[in-house]
Design a protein around this ligand. Structure first.
Ligand code: 5AD
Ligand code: SF4
Length: 456
């Protein structure tokens, strides 16, 4: 790989000014991390960066395939790039990420988006410099269709977008094959990074001053299952918690079928992780959960929640809900609402089901009209608003630790950040506090955020 990095670099160094690259990430945090690694490679190849695509000499759309609307946006934005490229013939256009792991997408790009130069998947980073070199030398198109990875690539330096929040992948891929989900097909089977490498990376980031470490995996609870003598996720949490420094640990995502008491015990013990868990339930109906191949029941899920609440009544949860799985009935959806009432999440990320070609659910003849799904979404949002309006009030008068994200939307002198419970907190303060932990006394509660004032 280094050979081609050098070759591209020497071409770029002959230019008057360094060429500019624009990397646009779609989708999840893991994609953002991949985008940061691609930026690391581009930097080594002698590129500078721009946020403005029409200014760029090389554009990468690092795509997401989880829902159809993300794919539509990519194709829409590729349409815009066509105009830019007409004015700037030498512009190199690349499409990477999950969408390109689907043969039909590559075919569509091949036939209808001929001005795309390089198409490469989630496991082709090592080959990317070679492709850039070949295109600079006059190769017309590269379509890398080698498929998702089987191993773990290490050692790609990242150019991180934040100076205080860092994502650290701990594993790649997914073995679960939930029937609605494309991820196992585009990201391949589960493979874990070695614990020593993860711990070294976190230690390095903390030493650099990072305050939030987000551990990433499609199902962090199966971390280590593929490693010989590997440690499991609760143990990894404990080891990361033992790293000295002022930082918080977050992680995504947990699969309820693998989230046991040992996970809750670790969270209860690890002060850097806090009493907070994002636990995607998807549905509260056992029949839907079965059709989704989730391999737990609502009762089993609630057992984990109850165990956590028995350790600390303030234990907080967020979740993902998939609305309108094929042929979900009103009664089945009501079960989801009932579960939400029982758990009382601090946050819900809800999505209307999107049919993904290649998944099992795509074969089901879905009789539920889309309008019914939209109505369900409205009902769910209404219920969640009611819950947060009631529950957020309990924070009034308490002092929360908040990691400051930056200026708030309230104009000059306002700041916004997130509490340990991942609740948005707005308050007044100087923008120099960005990236620091501050104590905020909560003075008011809305249905989506808390208001407060600096306590020290
Ligand atoms: N349609 C809509 N949402 C989906 N998700 C996964 N697959 C689909 C799909 N086909 C949601 C799930 C998952 C989150 C990351 O995306 O809720 O937890
Ligand atoms: Fe998709 Fe299920 Fe794997 Fe999550 S656990 S990535 S929803 S298949």
């Amino acid at each position: 790989m280094d050979l081609y990095i050098e070759k591209v670099r020497s071409i770029n160094e002959k230019r008057e000014a360094p060429p500019l690259a624009h990397v646009h990430n779609y989708g999840c945090q893991l994609n953002v991390t991949d985008g940061e690694k691609l930026k690391g490679l581009l930097f080594k190849m002698g590129f500078g960066f721009t946020e403005v695509p029409e200014e760029a000499d090389l554009v990468i759309f690092n795509t997401c395939a989880v829902r159809e609307n993300a794919e539509e946006r990519v194709f829409g934005n590729l349409g815009f790039l066509k105009h830019y490229k007409e004015q700037k013939k030498e512009m190199i256009i690349c499409v990477s990420g999950c969408m390109t792991e689907q043969a039909d997408v590559v075919e569509k790009i091949r036939s209808s988006y001929k001005y795309v130069d390089i198409v490469f998947g989630t496991n082709a980073f090592d080959r990317f410099p070679k492709y850039v070199f070949e295109v600079l030398e006059g190769r017309k198109h590269v379509y890398d269709e080698t498929g998702p990875g089987k191993d773990v690539s290490e050692g790609n330096e990242q150019i991180r977008s934040s100076t205080f929040k860092a994502s650290v992948p701990i594993m790649y891929g997914c073995n679960n094959f939930c029937t609605y989900c494309i991820v196992p097909y585009v990201r391949g089977r589960e493979r874990s990074r070695l614990p020593e490498l993860i711990i070294d990376e976190v230690r390095g980031l903390v030493n650099e001053g990072y305050k939030e470490i987000m551990l990433l995996g499609q199902n962090v609870n199966s971390y280590g299952n593929d490693l010989e003598d590997g440690i499991k996720f609760p143990e990894l949490l404990r080891r990361i918690n033992a790293i000295e420094g002022d930082f918080i640990i977050r992680f995504m995502s947990s699969h309820p079928k693998d989230a046991g008491k040992d996970l809750i015990d670790a969270l209860a013990d690890c002060e850097k992780a806090g009493h907070f868990l994002h636990l995607p339930v998807q549905s509260g109906s056992n029949s839907v959960l079965e059709r989704m191949n989730r391999r737990y029941t609502a009762e089993k899920y609630l057992e984990i929640i109850d165990y956590a609440k028995s350790k600390d009544p303030d234990f907080t949860f967020s979740t993902d809900i998939l609305i309108g799985f094929p042929n979900e009935t009103d009664e089945e959806f009501e079960d989801t609402l009932k579960l939400i009432e029982k758990v009382r999440y601090s946050n819900i990320y809800s999505f209307i089901y999107s049919k993904r070609t290649g998944t099992k659910a795509a074969l089901i003849d879905d009789k539920t009209p889309y309008s019914a799904k939209q109505e369900r979404m409205q009902k769910l949002l209404e219920l969640q608003r009611k819950i947060t309006t009631e529950d957020y009030k309990k924070y009034i008068g308490r002092t929360l630790e908040v990691l400051v994200d930056g200026p708030g939307k309230g104009g000059e002198g306002t700041l916004t950040g997130k509490s340990r419970e991942f609740i948005i907190v707005n308050f007044r303060g100087d923008s120099s506090l960005t990236g620091n932990f501050v104590k905020v006394k909560i003075t008011g509660a809305r249905n989506w955020a808390l208001d407060g004032e600096l306590a020290d």
